[in-house]
Design a binder for this molecule. Structure first.
Ligand code: AMP
Length: 306
């Protein structure tokens, strides 16, 4: 159960997502990096979302997030429309193709942290403009750790700011294409080593259906994805992975230990596998902790060498 002293603050996008996959489509479904992250992390830690929405967001969405136990008091309502992302997936669905990124209220967003948020021990800078990630970092007192995520859109348009962010974080999340794009290295291990030199002490590389690679100093961990018969919508898989991973890590000792890191990788893998079983937030919003634990056990058996 979430422990109140292990608070996790997330700053990221809150979006309406229009998604098409070989299994169907969803129009303006509740999504965004901060939303998917929080819906997963809430199983382990009290989570507070910081972000912005437009007047079209709807109280019902706030009620849903509150029902999941997420603190939404850091969400600012602004004149204008909520951020809208549209994209589709094909084939192995490992990569989204973006059709539209309508920043809307996001383009004028300046995150303002309250005194309590600044004192939070754990911070996740979810996928959002790197300049905003820097502004949040500059407001924090002395977090025990900070993690960040990003995407091709920002690597292309705001690389210098992103490198400044990476200098100041402890844990970085990227997918394989993103880390290759940022580092210029095609070999993933070399790309991860390059990233370790930029600042973070833990580099997590998500490889979609091929699982996850984690490099921590000289240690390397590599876990396959939980195998499913059907993947309906991969949107938010990366964020729910980060939610399970950081949610678990935030309830452990502030110094990172190998066992906690390994369990965090498995919790991330397990929650991401639920997320992709339905469109948007649908599956994770209905998820229970016993279901997570049962799949955790099943996964351990799946990868066991005994
Ligand atoms: P992922 O976990 O990587 O699949 O992230 C999916 C989420 O990222 C979607 O819910 C989108 O709303 C959000 N997203 C897409 N493009 C951007 C962007 N440029 N900045 C912030 N969030 C985005």
């Amino acid at each position: 159960m979430p422990n109140k002293s292990k608070k996790l603050v997330v700053v990221g996008s809150i979006a309406f997502d229009s998604i098409r996959t070989p299994s169907g489509d969803a129009r303006k479904a509740l999504g965004g990096s901060a939303t998917h992250f929080s819906a997963a992390a809430r199983f382990f830690s009290p989570v507070k979302m910081i972000g912005v929405v437009g007047k079209d967001f709807g109280e019902a969405n706030i009620r849903l997030l509150n029902k999941l136990g997420i603190d939404t008091t850091g969400i600012a309502w602004r004149e204008g429309k909520t951020f809208h992302w549209a994209g589709y997936y094909e084939g192995d669905m490992n990569q989204a193709t973006t059709l539209k990124t309508e920043l809307n209220v996001f383009s004028a967003f300046r995150p303002e942290l309250s005194a309590a948020d600044r004192a939070a021990p754990h911070l996740f800078l979810a996928n959002i403009e790197p300049r905003l990630q820097l502004s949040v970092l500059s407001q924090m007192n002395k977090p025990k750790w900070v993690a960040c995520d990003t995407m091709n859109y920002w690597i292309q348009s705001a690389k210098a700011d992103l490198l400044k962010v990476l200098k100041k974080v402890d844990i970085s999340f990227m997918n394989d294409a993103e880390i290759r794009q940022l580092s210029g290295q095609s070999n993933l291990l070399q790309a991860a080593r390059w990233l370790l030199k930029q600042g973070p002490s833990v580099v997590v590389v998500k490889k979609g259906e091929h699982g996850v690679l984690c490099v921590w100093g000289k240690r390397i961990f590599f876990y396959p994805a939980f195998l499913l018969e059907e993947v309906k919508d991969p949107t938010g898989a990366g964020d729910s992975f980060a939610g399970g991973f950081l949610g678990h890590l935030s309830r452990t000792a502030s110094k990172i230990h190998e066992k906690d890191l390994k369990n965090a990788l498995v919790y991330g893998t397990v929650i991401a596998s639920f997320n992709v079983q339905n469109f948007g937030l649908t599956r994770v919003a209905a998820l229970t902790f016993p279901e997570i634990e049962a799949r955790f056990k099943q996964y351990r058996e799946m990868i066991s060498l005994d």
